[in-house]
Ligand binder design. Structure first.
Ligand code: G6P
Ligand code: ZN
Length: 573
């Protein structure tokens, strides 16, 4: 994406007809909102905030104002969302503003449904100019919960900071938005609705995405795996967007029984669930896997970009998951002979670093946020990347991809298993990985909805601690380096500062503190704990046991309990 350098204000009057279309376009006067700064992944607020006055209209217009007008005019956009409350109403407004701004065509998923990875795939596959995704990802949905919106560029990836900053700046001074008069568009049937110089085409939500997956995996071998009587699996869509995708892919295409799918109907409030695939919020799935009746379990979040993978009584940490996929990439047709580089976000456990080292891949450590991987992918420098926050992905699109990650695991399982031989399990694959590369024990403590002032004070305190920490001993750990992570993008040389306070100890262990950028109220403190163990005889203990001393050091250094009044984290992963 390029950003608009000078805002083109073409029109004054109330009603005007643009050159290329006969639609009535109204120029509506508006006043700015002061809180439309996009976070880690778009703008997220309570539904009630989005429904207020011109809140959504302003933001959509500010997106368009931040793009070069000559590029936007006549362009093709993709829009869709995860089906949460307010999705379809928001879409109808977006059609009108898109038409008002000279967009010539919008592709929208049936019933307004498109997963985040599917939007990315469609933008790329159909060479669209960009897309608008309506989601608050893994945040709860429903009338009293969250809604969200973000802009993705022609490469299929989230807008870079130069664009999101421009959008924010525009929201602070916006004075009008342009809205075409359009009737309500029926999203239930696959058809193109043509207006004068503008159209909305309702497309199948799954087709493009499935076509892409078929070029990545060997579906025949996946079918064989799924048909094994000793391979029972279950996929929890958490009533998010992936339900229809899972039905088509796992049931209709791979032949799994429908009983393999859990919560696979998208619901506006996710059935009251918190659609985040982790050990806390996907506990039903976790319990199923720990019952011993299933060999493989997976879940994805509200918009389908996050994933969690489980084996029989076995949890695969996301930091390990991406490392195992990278270590076994040659077993996945798409990556055969193609691998040159891998990446992870800074707080992610450093497992994949060892894979890069051993295999001679380039390695990049980027700040939290998927957008940072995009430039590296566009430049052909990395193929596989992942984050501790249950995000795993590759250069097949420019978003992380939940179902893709699950299929990577199934492809690795399919290749490691021979018909008629005892099952090689998820745990076998991870243990083999640890035996080869050593293990990075990793855990994350989240303190959700902490008072913002208290959280900021704790971070300020940590800023103080880093200045004198190097050389100091905390418990059994001596600090080698302490800083607030700063990243210079090797491709466009943009600099991102203050990406998390980190302490790196002399044995390579790390403690990282940052405030979440995806919450919609209060502050969420994240404490990340990472420790490497090379000795194969010591890799099979529980992460919680391996890390307890380091956790204690983190709590002590940060004075977290004192600052926040929280004795325990809300979520541990
Ligand atoms: C979103 C982004 C990820 C990021 C995650 C955690 O899912 O796409 O790239 O890792 O949020 O963000 P947070 O700021 O809440 O830790
Ligand atoms: Zn998500």
């Amino acid at each position: 994406c390029k950003k608009e350098s000078s805002l083109s204000k073409a029109h004054d009057g109330q009603y005007l007809s643009t050159n290329n279309m006969g639609l009535n376009v109204q120029s509506v006067t508006t006043t700015p909102y002061k809180d439309q700064k996009p976070g880690t992944s778009g703008l997220r607020k309570k539904v009630a905030v989005f429904r207020e006055g011109n809140y959504l209209a302003n933001f959509v217009q500010s997106i368009f104002n931040s793009l070069p007008a000559e590029e936007l005019k006549g362009s093709l956009l993709v829009v869709g969302g995860d089906g949460r409350f307010y999705n379809t109403q928001a879409l109808q407004l977006i059609f009108k503003i898109a038409a008002g701004n000279g967009v010539s065509k919008v592709l929208v998923g049936q019933d307004g449904i498109l997963s985040t990875p599917a939007v990315s795939a469609i933008i790329r596959g159909r060479k669209a100019y960009g897309g608008i995704i309506l989601t608050a990802s893994h945040n709860p949905g429903g009338e009293d919960n969250d809604f969200g919106i973000k802009w993705n560029c022609a490469n299929g990836g989230p807008a870079p900071e130069s664009i999101t900053d421009a959008i924010y700046q525009d929201t602070l001074k916006i004075s009008e938005f342009k809205k075409a008069e359009l009737p309500e568009v029926d999203l239930s049937k696959l058809e193109e609705h043509k207006f004068d110089g503008f159209s909305v085409e309702v497309i199948d939500s799954v087709d493009d995405y499935l076509t892409l997956l078929k070029t990545i995996f060997d579906f025949d071998s996946l079918k064989q795996l799924v048909s094994r009587p000793d391979f029972k699996f279950v996929y929890d869509s958490m009533n998010g967007v992936t339900g229809p995708y899972c039905k088509r892919i796992f049931v209709d295409t791979l032949g799994a029984p429908e009983s393999s799918l859990m919560r696979f109907h998208p619901l506006p409030d996710f059935g009251g669930a918190h659609p985040d695939p982790n050990l806390t919020y996907a506990h039903e799935l976790v319990e199923l896997l720990y019952s011993g009746k299933y060999e493989f379990g997976a879940a994805s979040d509200g918009d389908g970009d996050r994933n969690m993978v489980l084996g029989n009584k076995f949890f695969v940490s996301p930091s390990d998951s991406v490392a195992v996929i990278a270590a076994n990439a040659e077993l996945i047709p798409y990556f055969k002979g193609k691998m040159t580089g891998v990446s992870r976000s800074m707080p992610t456990g450093a497992a994949i670093d060892r894979v890069a080292e051993k295999k001679g891949y380039e390695f990049f450590e980027v700040p939290t946020g998927w957008k940072f991987f995009g430039n590296l992918m566009d430049a052909g420098r990395i193929q596989i990347c992942g984050e501790e926050s249950f995000g795993t992905g590759s250069d097949h699109i420019r978003e992380k991809d939940g179902i893709w990650a699950v299929l990577c695991w199934m492809q690795i399982l399919a290749r490691k298993n021979q018909p008629g031989q005892p099952l090689v399990s998820v745990a076998d694959i991870v243990r083999e990985y640890w035996a080869t590369y050593g293990r990075n024990f990793f855990t994350r403590y989240d303190y959700e909805e902490v008072d913002s002032g208290a959280a900021n004070n704790m971070m300020k305190h940590l800023e103080q601690v880093i200045t004198s920490a190097p050389g100091q001993k905390f418990g059994a750990y001596t600090v080698e380096k302490a800083d607030n992570f700063e990243y210079t993008d090797p491709i466009d040389h943009s600099v991102s500062k203050n990406q998390g306070v980190r302490f790196i100890f002399t044995d390579g262990s790390r403690l990282i503190f940052r405030l979440s950028g995806t919450g919609s109220s209060g502050a969420t403190i994240r404490l990340y704990i990472d420790q490497y163990q090379a000795d194969p005889s010591k890799v099979n203990i529980e992460a919680a046991d391996a890390l307890k001393d380091l956790v204690a050091v983190g709590l002590d250094m940060s004075q977290l309990v004192k600052f926040t009044g929280r004795e325990k984290p809300t979520v541990i992963t």
